[in-house]
Design a protein around this ligand. Structure first.
Ligand SMILES: Cc1cc2nc3c(=O)[nH]c(=O)nc-3n(C[C@H](O)[C@H](O)[C@H](O)COP(=O)(O)OP(=O)(O)OC[C@H]3O[C@@H](n4cnc5c(N)ncnc54)[C@H](O)[C@@H]3O)c2cc1C
Ligand code: FES
Length: 356
């Protein structure tokens, strides 16, 4: 039995593997996995942040990033809530193999999508599918503070039985007056009473669920087309987008009307050279290749997770040369100043030497 924390319990150091202590089925294709450090150390993180798990697949370790769905107020454990998509590798492995007693390497916590340190404001949380996970952590945090929160939470799913955390959210909303829940489904289910909204989340639903949305900070998480629809709705209504926050679980999709990148894009015709110092390999490539792509095609196994600059798993040190790096928050300015880069979103300019 892992000891419970007391006032002298140290913080989890990010090195000690975590033990899976419980697996909770949430919906037909979603499970929550609860983890504790065997030493009993406590977790310090912000509601909305994520961790990256190293999954011991038979073909070699696979890194997958998951939002912490538990709240930092319960610092003895963390949980992640994982959807196993059809044909998926990591999520499927977890659903089929991860059991209490198994230990995993975990890195983090990280991420910039989190509540402010003093979350006393008015919030609109909008989530779709597994995008509810950071919003669950935020809602639980505000609920567990002991003060009445001011939250309008809109949870969207394909059908009612796909709504993750429905019962726990309903319980919280039944104990405090300031948590208003709104469920939206694409379609209801036969022989089940459904009194929530039907259809895709739209401007009309925004006004009906949250008439004072202009006064609220918005936190949104879900598939990119869903978040794009939410952004466009808010923008068209004159909402101050400086108060809009979002988390993406997949690589951002580029659209023709997106603003151009902030700096010069690499030249596809220009040749670059990557020196992997530790492995003693030198590889010619294009300036548009990412360092991660070049490493993989050269048979070098650099750890990676999201592949779009969010999770930080592919952080490596650059010994010399210049790269063009456009990341999504997975590396700090201090790390960049010290010569670290993210291999998944760095493209070599000329000759670059990597400590790998
Ligand atoms: C910051 C962050 C937080 C996240 N939080 C969560 C969370 O809380 N919960 C959660 O469930 N996920 C979360 N994710 C997503 C998660 O990291 C994984 O991307 C997701 O679980 C899919 O990984 P997988 O290994 O299960 O699927 P993968 O094997 O990577 O497959 C993903 C999809 O691609 C398809 N696919 C796979 N291989 C092929 C192929 N060869 N050809 C065509 N299609 C293919 C699969 O069918 C599947 O639909 C988060 C991601 C990020 C970046
Ligand atoms: S793999 Fe996630 S930041 Fe590079």
């Amino acid at each position: 039995m892992i000891p419970l924390p007391n006032e002298t319990t140290p913080r989890w150091d990010g090195v000690e593997p975590l033990e899976c202590v419980m697996v909770v089925p949430e919906t037909a294709d979603v499970k929550t996995f609860v983890f504790r450090p065997p030493s009993g150390a406590v977790f310090v993180f912000r509601a909305g942040q994520f961790v990256t798990l190293e999954l011991p697949l038979p073909g070699g370790p696979l890194h997958r990033t998951y939002t912490i769905s538990s709240a930092p107020i319960s610092n003895a454990y963390i949980s992640v809530t994982v959807k196993a998509q059809p044909g998926s590798v990591g999520g499927r492995w977890m659903h089929d193999n991860l059991r209490p007693g198994m230990r995993l390497r975990v890195t983090g916590p990280g991420g910039l999508f989190h509540l402010p340190r003093h979350p006393d404001g008015k919030y609109l949380f909008i989530g779709a599918g597994s995008g509810i996970t950071p919003l669950m952590s935020m809602t639980t945090t505000l609920f567990e503070r002991g003060e009445d929160p001011d939250v309008s939470l809109v949870a969207c799913a394909r059908k009612p039985s796909d709504l993750i955390f429905r019962k726990r959210l309903e319980y919280m909303a039944s104990r405090v007056g300031g948590l208003k829940l709104h469920f939206v489904v694409d379609q209801d289910e036969p022989f089940e009473v459904w009194t929530g909204y039907r259809g895709r989340f739209n401007q009309l639903m925004l006004g009906l669920t949250t008439p004072d949305y202009l006064e609220r900070d918005v936190y949104c998480c879900g598939p990119e087309p869903f978040m794009r629809a939410v952004r466009e709705t808010l923008q068209s209504l004159g909402y101050d987008m400086a108060r809009y926050h979002q988390e993406t679980f997949t690589a951002p999709v580029e659209h023709a009307d997106d603003p151009p990148p902030p700096d010069v894009a690499p030249d596809p015709a220009a040749v670059a050279e990557l020196i992997f110092a530790r492995s003693g390999r030198t590889v010619s490539c294009s300036q548009t290749d990412t360092i991660l792509q070049v490493a993989k095609t050269s048979g070098l196994n650099l750890p990676s997770g999201c592949t779009f600059g969010v999770c930080g798993t592919c952080k490596i040190r650059k010994a010399s040369g210049e790269v063009h790096m456009v990341h999504n928050g997975g590396i700090s300015d201090e790390d960049i100043a010290e010569g670290w880069i993210l291999a998944c979103c760095s493209r070599p300019i000329g000759q670059v030497e990597i400590e790998a």
